[in-house]
Design a binder for this molecule. Structure first.
Ligand code: PMP
Length: 434
């Protein structure tokens, strides 16, 4: 039997079926698994059978949780890092360190790619995010700092990056405050990197400058090329975030649906997904609806519906900034970032989804579809259902959304809640009535 098999393979046949020889499918390391545009990877589009059958439409989820770093953010992290390398802001294996403020997914994606590319990472996150994310970050060797109030996590990452870069850049360090958290952190972290530069025989010439974004630019001579750099990835304002979706997620969805997509539904954390994917799909057809799925406590719903971030009731309450124990992580925001700015013109409609609805949907998907998804995916799918009901669809319309990450990232939060079970049975009853 073995000889027979060997002969089959030699003739590139198994039985009567020819085997297509595709050694070009071997991927170039972990980043080869990410982003169908630049690499071979490409996330599947998954039909959510329970909801599709019940509603008479095609609810299709882009399975981003299958990315090696476990979320849609792999695309963004890879693009931000590649763009920074192209712009000379990062150099592998020289002690360069990537800084980011994140509720977790982006940090894990950055830490994953950073390991494969020879960078260190510092991740600043609010102290109430699910512990699974912290564990994953630590497994990748990221230096994790959890902070409160949550409102400081992005700015602190920026400051850390500036100080870290300044610490290694004669002429720049003088301009930075010498006291404070960022300075002492940079002093601690910069020390080994300075040793690397000493080995490389560096004197420094004071040519560094900073552009206010936490990014530093340098003259590209041999000395400065080997200098450790702090790069603040800045997913909220970074255009590479938008680009990853405009050239990756959007075209993939277009291809996978044969260009037949009636609606694209997504939440917004930085806004990169809905902006990039939404803009791409709109550029292909004016007929596609781009719909925001916004969780409780986020101001975006009001921004889309009424043009202002806050209504009277919410003027004090802001998601992440003041609220503790939020269930849904990764989406919802109360300020207009660059990527949100790019999203707003293409958003046609918005739904506000409660934490309870999200948890109930998450449970429903486990029970009915065998899909254990994260809470932001569940928010997206609740919005898909609401959109279909509002539009009166039921003739096979295609609604595409993002399955951002897996439930394993949220286990400690979502799976310990009681109110889900009540709503879960309500959802089943409701779907059975459809
Ligand atoms: N889902 C999860 C789990 C996330 O972490 C994020 C990003 N913070 C999003 C959705 C939202 O994606 P975007 O930042 O592109 O709006």
């Amino acid at each position: 039997a073995y000889r027979k098999r060997k002969e089959d393979i030699n003739t590139a046949n198994v039985g009567s079926r020819p085997i297509e020889l595709r050694s070009d499918e071997i991927l170039d390391g972990v980043t080869g698994l990410i982003d169908g545009s630049a690499h071979k990877g490409n996330t599947p589009l998954l039909r959510i059978n329970s909801l599709s059958n019940a509603l008479g439409v095609e609810i299709l989820g882009k399975a981003e949780y299958l990315n090696p770093g476990g979320s849609v953010k792999d695309r963004v992290a890879l693009r931000m890092i590649e763009d920074a390398e192209r712009d000379g802001l990062l150099h592998p294996y020289t002690g360069s360190r990537i800084f980011e403020g994140t509720v977790g997914s982006t940090g894990i994606s950055i830490a994953t790619i950073a390991r494969a590319r020879g960078y260190d990472t510092t991740i600043i996150m609010p102290d109430d995010v699910a512990l699974e994310k912290v564990k994953a970050l630590e497994a990748f060797g990221a230096d994790v700092e959890r902070v409160r109030p949550a409102s400081i996590y992005v700015n602190l990452a920026r400051e850390y990056a500036l100080h870290f870069t300044g610490m290694n850049t004669p002429g720049q360090s003088e301009a930075l405050p010498r006291t404070g958290r960022a300075h002492s952190y940079a002093t601690k972290m910069a020390a080994p990197s300075v040793a690397v530069t000493a080995v490389a025989g560096m004197n420094g010439n004071g040519s560094g400058n900073e552009n206010g974004n936490g990014h530093a630019s340098f003259d590209e001579d041999e000395e400065t090329r080997t200098r450790p750099r702090g790069y603040f990835a800045d997913q909220f304002e970074n255009r590479s975030n938008f680009d990853a979706h405009f050239t990756g997620t959007g075209p993939e969805i277009w291809r996978q649906t044969n260009g037949e997509v009636d609606a694209f539904v997504a939440g917004a954390g930085t806004g990169g997904t809905i902006a990039g994917t939404g803009q791409f799909l709109k550029s292909m057809t004016g007929d596609v609806l781009v719909v925001l799925a916004d969780p409780e406590g986020s101001g975006l719903y009001n921004k889309v519906k009424h043009g202002v971030m806050y209504d009277h009731k919410e003027s004090e309450g802001t998601r992440r900034r003041h609220q503790v124990d939020t269930v849904v992580e990764g989406i919802g925001i109360n300020r207009v970032t660059k990527n949100i700015e790019l999203a707003l013109p293409v958003i046609d409609d918005a739904f506000r989804i409660t934490d309870a609805e999200a948890v109930s949907m998450a449970r429903f998907l486990v029970q009915r579809d065998g899909l254990f998804l994260g809470s932001s995916s569940a928010v997206n799918l609740v919005a898909c259902v609401k959109l279909v009901r509002k539009m009166g669809w039921g003739n096979g319309e295609k609604v595409v959304t993002i399955l951002c990450d897996s439930g394993t990232r949220h286990y400690s939060k979502v799976c310990t809640l009681d109110f889900g079970w009540r709503l879960f049975s309500e959802l089943i009853v409701w779907l059975q009535r459809q």
